[in-house]
Design a protein around this ligand. Structure first.
Ligand code: FAQ
Length: 330
């Protein structure tokens, strides 16, 4: 099983002979699908990879509130406003479960936030694109949450217990988010000519950035081989991207919208759609901080962090006072 995994995902992963006894016993547990829990022994690389991935995921949920928060005050009806508000609140909850899961690995939420603000830790590239019209709320729910679910459903089986358990609840909520996005797209696509144009324009702008969410191609992916051997990741980036394309194209057809890809074609032999790759130079440029909204997003998080300092100070003072009282009473 392990040998098969290494073969299918590439090099850079220790063979059984190269592993220490502890590492071999750890790998056996992973291969037998026994969950790893916070107090269990784990290789330092496993801990670091999880902190990187769960931390990046948590930051994505929090930063991901910003493009949608932008539309809460301008939602077209009270019902749409309430639904969007609930969705954005769900994202905050996802961020909290994920920060809590990462904290079990020995890093504090404050440290992770500081690393986000200094640019040391990443968040998903998708949130560096602007949401220009109401149809973008549909496209974000349909495509961005759709891509997130495609990636996250397999993560419910990931090897680290706290991460896999957090993913179960997150996936339930993300499915609702995807449906609300598709519902907005249906309304727009069945609406006036202007509404249809808005829906098509949103699909045009969000299609390729959504494909980028799955990460670079398997040939360029740095972490996939080791992460798959440790079952931190359950699929490669290209596998999930293909699944997303296969699932989403019929949904676009049902809406009467056109996926902005001239090369998109069902390939009978492969049993999959052939499709064009996103512009990977653009992706790496966004990762370097040069996307359309990177500065705005980090600026908003920095402002929230600075303005929340008095709350954190107050909570800490309260906790210290309570602890001192308890000691005095004993
Ligand atoms: N954006 O070697 P790989 C959501 C980086 S949640 C930014 O393939 P890996 C909910 C990667 O970190 C969306 N950076 O990396 C929502 C690495 O750089 P590093 C977030 C990216 O980790 C919806 C380098 O490229 N979901 O949307 C991206 O094995 C609506 C090389 O890449 C998760 O985080 C990217 N797209 O695979 C909220 C899911 N892709 O760290 C609000 C969990 C790659 O060495 C509204 N994460 N990079 O400097 C994962 O599954 C993985 O981390 C991947 C990347 C698949 C994202």
């Amino acid at each position: 099983m392990y040998a098969q995994m290494v073969k299918s995902t590439g090099k850079g992963v220790k063979t059984r002979e190269e592993m220490s006894d502890e590492e071999r016993a750890f790998q056996d547990r992973i291969d037998e699908d026994i969950k790893i829990e916070p107090r269990d022994w784990m290789p330092e690389g496993y801990r670091k990879t999880l902190i990187r991935q769960i931390g990046q995921h948590a930051h994505s949920e929090i930063v991901g509130q910003l493009p949608e928060g932008n539309w809460i005050t301008r939602a077209p009806t009270l019902e749409r406003k309430m639904i969007l508000l609930a969705k954005v609140q769900d994202e905050a909850g996802h961020g909290l479960y994920l920060y809590a899961a990462a904290e079990t690995l020995g890093i504090s939420r404050d440290d992770m936030t500081e690393q986000l603000l200094s640019g040391k830790m990443k968040y998903s590239s998708i949130f560096n694109y602007p949401t220009l019209t109401w149809a973008d709320m549909g496209a974000v729910g349909w495509l961005v949450d759709g891509a997130a679910i495609m990636n996250q459903v397999p993560l419910q089986r990931t090897s680290y217990g706290p991460y896999s358990r957090a993913m179960i609840r997150i996936c339930k909520e993300e499915s609702f988010h995807q449906r609300q996005g598709y519902d907005i797209m249906m309304k727009m696509a069945q609406g006036s000519e202007a509404q249809k144009r808005m829906a098509q324009d949103a699909l045009n702008r969000f299609w390729y950035p959504s494909l980028m969410m799955f990460g670079p191609s398997d040939a360029e992916s740095v972490h996939s081989a080791q992460s798959m051997a440790w079952k931190i990741k359950m699929n490669t980036n290209d596998e999930l991207r293909q699944k997303f394309v296969d699932q989403t194209v019929p949904q676009a057809e049902f809406l009467g919208l056109t996926v902005p890809d001239e090369n998109l074609k069902w390939n009978e032999e492969r049993g999959h759609y052939d499709y064009s790759q996103p512009d990977w130079d653009e992706f790496f440029n966004v990762l370097k901080g040069n996307g359309p909204c990177n500065a705005e997003r980090l600026g908003a998080r920095q402002k929230a962090w600075n303005e929340g300092q008095w709350v954190r100070d107050g909570l800490l003072a309260h906790a210290r006072k309570n602890a001192a009282r308890k000691v005095a009473a004993e």
